[in-house]
Design a protein around this ligand. Structure first.
Ligand SMILES: C[S@@+](CC[C@H](N)C(=O)[O-])C[C@H]1O[C@@H](n2cnc3c(N)ncnc32)[C@H](O)[C@@H]1O
Length: 352
């Protein structure tokens, strides 16, 4: 299937599944990581930017609404975690979640590849001494202990780091907020598997990913992303050594996404100079806000009965725990790896 080319790389109306080019459905996703990085380097470092909500005429409050809605789900998931744990926030964007975790937990390590977003992240988190930020690719990130006292990235990385952090005891929570959709399957699996040694017993991994109803949909072009179904994620995360403890629809996202998709249709129908986006965007946003949360179920249900999928894109939270190896007579994989980590740390402590 071939759809028209997006006008500009940063034109948000060119994003997401319905305006994709060269869509590869149901195949193993392949991404051009240079383009992914380039896209996020040019992203507007506002709350709307990393939430992909720029350019629709929505008020700034739309980002806060979505964040508040998500807070609900995240707060419930993490409510039993001890406050003295360390949190790893991978692909943290401008650090809205990093800040939230910093206010609740003992330490937060935040990794972000976009220099533009990283600048805002550092500014936001400068008043939190318990936050360490790293600018670089999560695929080459290694928590300290393996690559020496000042290192944050492995030999394939080449990114600088901003501080030294020792995850004594490992991380109690890892947050991946909209990161896995920018990674190919094998990299999702590698990243997750490599995280396991750094998780403390009882740790949670919380992912929030944009999803589609069936299969896989890879967007090529200037905005590169992989949309996977919940089922696809389940099997990918399972193969990476994790049990999917729960999956929950991100209703705040779905509400705003419905407004985004309406505006995209509006943009497709109405010539540029008649669009009045600041007015139409606000009308669409507030109209749907008034019906929240019941409309996030009712509207898709009604349209499904008419044979229409709306919104095309949804979003889910996945809560994961590392699966234990059940081979008789051996300790579980996670404990073995943590032991390995402790040895690494001792080695570096002795070398200093
Ligand atoms: C959808 S935004 C989410 C930002 C943030 N987690 C949030 O929930 O607000 C995805 C983020 O992942 C970052 N990202 C994508 N691929 C990355 C990679 N390989 N390494 C580090 N960051 C990456 C992007 O730069 C972007 O900031």
């Amino acid at each position: 299937m071939t759809a028209p080319l997006p006008r500009r790389a940063t034109d948000p109306s060119a994003q997401d599944s319905q305006s994709a080019i060269a869509v590869a459905r149901g195949t193993t996703p392949q991404l051009d990581y240079l383009k992914v990085r380039e896209y996020w380097k040019r992203a507007r470092p506002s709350m709307l930017g990393p939430y992909m909500m720029d350019g629709f005429g929505f008020p700034a409050g739309a980002g806060r609404f979505r964040f508040r809605g998500e807070l609900h789900a995240v707060a419930e998931t993490i409510r039993d975690l001890r406050p003295d744990i360390s949190v790893l926030d991978l692909g943290c964007g401008v650090g809205v979640w990093t800040e939230y975790f910093a206010q609740r937990f003992a330490k937060v390590v935040a990794v972000e590849a976009s220099s533009t977003l990283c600048e805002v992240l550092r500014e936001r988190c400068s008043r939190y001494p318990n936050v360490t930020t790293y600018h670089g690719n999560v695929l080459s990130f290694e928590p300290k202990g393996k690559f020496g006292p000042s290192g944050g990235f492995g030999p394939t990385g080449g990114f600088g780091s901003t501080g030294g952090f020792t995850p004594t005891g490992g991380f109690g929570l890892v947050f991946l907020g909209g990161l896995l959709m920018y990674l190919e399957d094998r990299d999702v699996a590698t990243l997750l598997r490599e995280l396991i040694p750094y998780l403390e017993p009882g740790a949670l991994v919380l992912c929030r990913e944009s999803t589609i109803r069936r299969g896989i949909n890879t967007l090529q072009g200037d905005y590169q992303v992989v949309y996977r179904s919940v089922e696809t994620y389940r099997s990918l995360l399972g193969d990476a050594g994790f049990d999917v403890v729960s999956v929950r629809a991100n209703t705040a996202y779905i509400n705003v996404q419905m407004a985004c998709e309406l505006i995209k249709k509006w943009k497709a129908l109405v010539p540029d100079r008649f669009r009045c986006l600041p007015v139409v965007g606000r009308l669409a946003y507030w109209g749907l806000r008034l019906g929240y949360p019941w409309n996030t179920r009712l509207i898709p249900w009604l349209l499904a009965r008419m044979g229409r999928e709306f919104p095309l894109l949804t979003n889910h939270f996945f809560v994961l725990r590392p699966r234990l190896s059940r081979r008789a007579g051996t300790s579980d994989r996670r404990d073995t790896s943590l032991h390995g980590l402790r040895i690494e740390e001792e080695r570096f402590a002795n070398a200093r």
